[in-house]
Design a binder for this molecule. Sequence first.
Ligand code: ZN
Ligand code: ZN
Length: 454
Amino acid sequence: MQPNHKDFWFLPLGGCGEIGMNLNLYGHAGSWLMVDCGVTFEKSPDATRTGNRIELPEPSFISNRAESLVALIATHAHEDHIGAIVHLWDQFKCPIYTTSFTRNVLLRKLREKGVDAPVITVSSGEEIHLGPFYVKWLPITHSTPETNALLITTPVGKVLHTADWKIDSAPVVGQPVRPSLYQALGQSGVDAIVCDSTNADRPGHSVSESELFHGLNGKVAASRRRVVVGCFSSNVARLQTLGNVARVSGRYLCLLGRSLHRMVSSARAAGYLTENFVCIDNYELGYLLPEETLIVATGSQGELGAALHRLASDNHQDVHLSAGDHVIFSTMTIPGNEKQVTGLVSAFRARGIQVTLADESDIPLHASGHPYIDELKQMYQWVRPRLAIPVHGEERHLRANGRIASGEGVPYRLVGKNGDLFDLVNNRKIEAAVKVGRLWLNESRARLERVVPV
Ligand SMILES: [Zn+2]
Ligand SMILES: [Zn+2]
């Protein structure tokens, strides 16, 4: 199955009908272009002992025709978009294109596993020919720096692949969304949009990153004890906000968790976290009064062995929390992790440690990186595509996004799933055109194994 020069196809192998493990393919004139290659974290059959395991898309469709794969583009540094590259690149051996920050994050992972993949740096706004595809990187706001949407042009059609996005007019790190960039696409005529659906059932507009300083600073200022903030390590803007809070409140900032340290060095190498972001070493916590410190910690989803889990079970080597300390979750609980998060919260509270969850707070302590209904409407009004293909969501999210597109006058909408082939020229889809599945990383055997559906 190869597209000819009259075809323009979209074929998701992961991330369509689910949130996680995105792997998208575009096909034209005998060539394929891959956009993102991510993982998902699923409960192990033996979850109480081993926690979550890494799962990834079964890539054999494209591995079997790797010679026609012209490139892999990584839209941003989240694990559901880049996490599988290190495990699958040997099957593709194609060049990888991405922006500076994402490259730093990705290269670190590739080097750790000894994968020698060429990663080429692209700047936002740049336009590159990749085989028969002409790709333009369009900056967009999200919850990690340098996220880009892609305008992919062939002689038979133009598609806007939004990647993960929101409309943030004050994102703390990086530039606000430029409406004129997307309005210009609408004026030039876009055939199809492949669009993030994560929050397509949420009315209104997502909270801006810049709105969080007030709430977080208020919570820290109200405490006379140690404060720990749980945070997703890739959210560099949130780290910057916490650096600002530390400075204003006269506290020393300390990071607990390897992934935070890695992400901070990747961010600094790309030119972020340069002001008001000074961290002390972990051992220094022992020499400071509790009220002099602001600790940022990983593990807000209750991951076994992560910093928050260790703090809750009082076996962290650098710091011991005590009654009266305050733990703030500047994150949302990802569906499926409720039990682990509840366990974590109960363990803290049982020891007299105060816990505040952003999910339950009246003032904003966390901002989603995905568009709410009003933002989706805005994007459809700007871009005015002929065809909308909702992705990055479970079926209900995809359907909700399809309805929004319809309400905004998008003439064709196609809601599908992994393995469906979307014909971008003729506005139709072929269901289950390609066999899809999942692999999981068996770490004890250091190999990928097929997930057997139950
Ligand atoms: Zn994503
Ligand atoms: Zn993302």
